[in-house]
Design a protein around this ligand. Sequence first.
Ligand code: TRP
Ligand code: ZN
Length: 872
Amino acid sequence: MKTDTPQTIYLKDYTPPAYLVDTVDLDFSIESGGTVVTSTLAMRRNPLVSARPLVLDGEELETLDVTVDGAKVPFLASASSLTVDHLPDAFTLRTVVRIKPDGNTRLSGMYRSKDGYFTQCEAQGFRRITWFLDRPDVMSTYTVTLHADKATYPILLANGNPVANGEEANGRHWAKWADPFRKPAYLFALVAGKLDGLFDTFTTASGRTVQLAIYVEPGKLDQCPHAMAALQKSMLWDEERFGLECDLDHYMIVAVGDFNMGAMENKGLNIFNTKYVLARADVATDVDFENIDRVVAHEYFHNWTGNRVTCRDWFQLSLKEGLTVFRDQEFGADLHNRQTARIREVRGLRAAQFPEDAGPMAHPIRPASFVEINNFYTATVYEKGAEVIRMIQTLIGRDAFRAGMDEYFRRHDGQAVTCEDFVAAMAAASGFDFTQFMRWYNQPGTPRVAVDGHFDEETKTFTLTCTQANPRASDESPYLIPLRVALFAADGNLLPGSERLLQLTATTQSFVFENIAVEPVPSLLRDFSAPVYLDFDYTPEQLTVLLAHESDPFNAWEAGQRLATQLILDAAAAIAAGQEPVWPASFVDAARKLLQTQAGVGNFGGAAFVAEALTLPGETTLAELMSVVDPDALHAARNGLRRHLAEQLEGEFSGLYAGLTVNEPYAPSSEQAGRRALRNLCLAYLLELDTLSVRQLALQQFKTADNMTDQFAALAALANVNAADCPQREQALADFYAKWKNEALVVDKWLQAQSTSRRPDTLATVKALTAHPAFDIGNPNKIYALIRAFGANLVRFNAADGSGYAFIADQIIVLHDRNPQVASRLARCFDRWTKFDAGRQAHARRALERVRDHAGLSRDVLEVVTRALGAA
Ligand code: TRP
Ligand code: ZN
């Protein structure tokens, strides 16, 4: 099976299915030696397609029986297909297969985890359960019967509504579920296990009652209320913002500790990584609580954007993912803090999606081809996809966007459609012409917009000339780029009437502002109105004006990031040339002003903003701006600036640290979270000074914190102390593990605090931890926390001696067969290897070739590694 040469699949080759499946009846007999799956499919020829043999998809199935209309038929079975010819126009196909969920380490299809059996079918896992037309444009109505030992698996769940259940011989029981909605196979799910349930209800706007349930590992019910509240809030929000009501009688969420991704929107039976369900103040951070809100919302929102209207084929993945991320972002912004939400979205986009779009795996939000679809669940499809949806809303306005959503559901409810169908509904509702805009769907690469400002005293005009380019695109035609701008006077006043939404449609284009008396400071790309690099030759003085006065919080933050970026890149160049970096007083003054504003005003919403503004751009983001990355110089420069700020602002940081304590009982509210974020940022800056008193302060916070946010912030800051000898660090790490070794998600934090540490001995620590009882190679969360997080540790992964590369290559080889999806995500650590010097490139190439040449390498990893090596 693994010896098949991987095939590239092209969007242009799409053809409709030759057969349709009207109803699916599945029977699962779960036993210790394996699970027998009996599938009864009511099928017919697709009247739109000429007669062809039936070819079903399958993977690792032991076929026990195949009949058509009750009679044995000749069939041709290979490892991945079952072909039957000479079929009537309509027939019943019955297959019986045995699968081995206990041996399924890929966590795709049906698999075993600690408390029972679970399934993951997106994108192509259903074929690992039974023979089927495993493609999203084949939609069917399902009934499912499960049989299992009652004492071991008391809970038996599948999509839809429970219709019957009963007892059987030998202590077994059964349950039958029926899902009234047609769905593609990727939305199928079942669960059989020993689980506790938290139950509640939601009453929809039209008065229907939906039964809600969250199932978790026994003993964890006290970590479920936050997720339940998030679900209820999501349901209400989708009614209010988009007029979308829940169509189900039962909405169930099941949490499982072994899961490849975040969560899965199976119709009426979501399956979640425990990471996005379980939370309690002492085990989850503010960020965890907020992520749970967003992921619960995301999966719920899929019920309309993904399930009611699904994808015609997997190239259209962003149709559901980009749109649903946009929806969960908007929900998160309404629920928490819209300003910092936008800042964090962009920070994430720049740290992950921009590098992806500049590297060997670059692809349009709608790829034109793929080898393994699992490799395209990416930051581009999800996060850039959400930016594309956001641009549509920016261009036509919120009301027209809502009308476009209504039109989309009016046209396509119950269908499997394309990205064009979505955009056409938006066009119909708004009258806007999206022809040029479609480029955003079809080209890879981050466009660059260079802006030049020209002030003319005579005519009292200010002219912005914008030039766009995207060297990664297949041709030079321009994008339609929405560019939000405003002009500010040198004293920081917004020039009245200067707020505009420019539409860039040509390669070079000028926009004139009239009646401008003195040279203004332009604020460009406000609210990050398009996912582009924006170049403008700002002076530090201009940026300081924007940082202090811009009313658009995103661009105020952006001005600070631009200032810091320039300083760090200049310092890195100086360090590389053997010189001392210089830090201008103006930057320290601007930072001091931010801290003082916060201290003086006591504005809670402001604390979250100040924390974002004083977080320097990350090394991965900065590395993209260097032609050849010198990770050591970059690291020294960024930390040099942190230390300089700590020295200059020690009084401010200490004062705020003391003043920002939260005195109310813990709540994951944005007000409290903002205070904690800023206070913990102060602690981390102070720890740059590495004095005994600050170490003790951090250890004190670690010991006395009544919540995980503060406890973990202290731990992470201590874990990052560089000094060879730091007993406070050792003590905190040891105490943390001793206290939390039975809380899997907290152990992940402990691993990650160590794998992301800047300490020179981090690789040695990570290697040692792979043999620690806390680590488990079978659990994706552990691999992500320890190994992938190390791969994202720019300075340590890119060690000059190649040791980081060799380590990750070893881990990919250990994992590629056991769990190809996770191994392939690890392989993505090498995306940017050609940005480094020749010495590092030689080491990286050797590591990549070693992986590529490994016998029987999984298709997932092979695609990533081949593309990486092809980029040189
Ligand atoms: N569709 C899911 C989401 O974004 C994610 C998903 C896709 C997934 N493929 C998966 C989850 C494989 C687990 C395993 O909501
Ligand atoms: Zn999704």
